[in-house]
Design a protein around this ligand. Structure first.
Ligand SMILES: CC(C)(COP(=O)(O)OP(=O)(O)OC[C@H]1O[C@@H](n2cnc3c(N)ncnc32)[C@H](O)[C@@H]1OP(=O)(O)O)[C@@H](O)C(=O)NCCC(=O)NCCS
Length: 207
């Protein structure tokens, strides 16, 4: 039976382990040593990359910026992270999934939806028909996207947030927990409330 290696050793790494544990003979974790700036210490992970090539690789890291950095580093080394799809998730036959995608138990990916590379759809969330979840973005637990919601890269949707159909969310933006989005959200902002309004800019140096 094949072996799996999960980059990360915290809660999200264990979520992945629980989903894949019947499919692999051996599952190992690569501990991540984040530095004070919340970025990875590269030499810790990639000094001995050759040992990883015989296994399926998963990225078990919740923080978008760190997960993106690990994904890009793996790709630079010619390694494509595997997808982790819970057995009781529903993924429509015509949905498109990138690489390194995680779809957690009870989630629904609708017809024509597209999940970018290195995305997470957490527990009991729904990504309705024709939605796009951009690369390195994540929806947390209990999030509902109305049809044709289009998100940019590196977006974050807090627990129990949602969108009505046909809204666009800009790159790097955050929708706070419990918030409901009714109109387009620009790039690099945090929105919250129902209806969701801009709470603050996420650009460096912004108030
Ligand atoms: C997005 C988030 C991380 C922002 O945290 P933060 O940057 O520390 O922001 P703060 O808590 O300081 O809140 C900033 C302001 O927004 C307000 N606010 C917080 N949550 C809000 C919400 N859901 N809706 C509207 N306003 C909200 C705060 O009251 C605060 O207002 P103030 O400046 O007038 O006091 C956090 O609100 C959140 O949603 N976390 C969700 C995490 C999650 O879902 N994890 C799931 C893992 S499965």
């Amino acid at each position: 039976m094949k072996s799996a290696i999960i980059f990360g050793s915290g809660g999200h790494a264990r979520v992945i382990s629980a989903i894949i544990h019947n499919s692999y003979g051996n599952i190992s974790f690569v501990g991540l040593k984040a530095d004070g700036k919340n970025t990875m210490a590269e030499e810790t992970f990639f000094g001995s990359i050759e040992q990883f090539r015989q296994s399926d690789i998963f990225i078990g890291i919740g923080a978008n910026n760190i997960r993106k950095a690990v994904y890009e580093k793996l790709r630079q080394h010619g390694i494509t992270p595997a997808n982790c799809i819970a057995a009781n998730a529903f993924v429509a036959h015509d949905a498109q999934l990138g690489n390194g995608v995680v779809v957690c138990p009870g989630s629904v990916i609708g017809s024509g939806a597209r999940l970018g590379n290195n995305t997470i759809v957490n527990t009991l969330s729904s990504i309705d028909h024709d939605c796009v979840l951009g690369d390195h973005s994540q929806v947390t637990a209990g999030v509902n996207f109305g049809g044709t919601t289009i998100t940019g890269e590196n977006c974050f949707f807090g627990i129990h947030s949602g969108t009505v159909p046909n809204v666009n969310i800009g790159n790097n933006s955050i929708v706070m927990a419990g918030s409901m989005v009714y109109k387009d959200v620009p790039e690099n902002v945090m929105v919250g409330g129902n209806p969701a309004r801009i709470i603050k800019s996420l650009l460096e140096g912004a108030e």
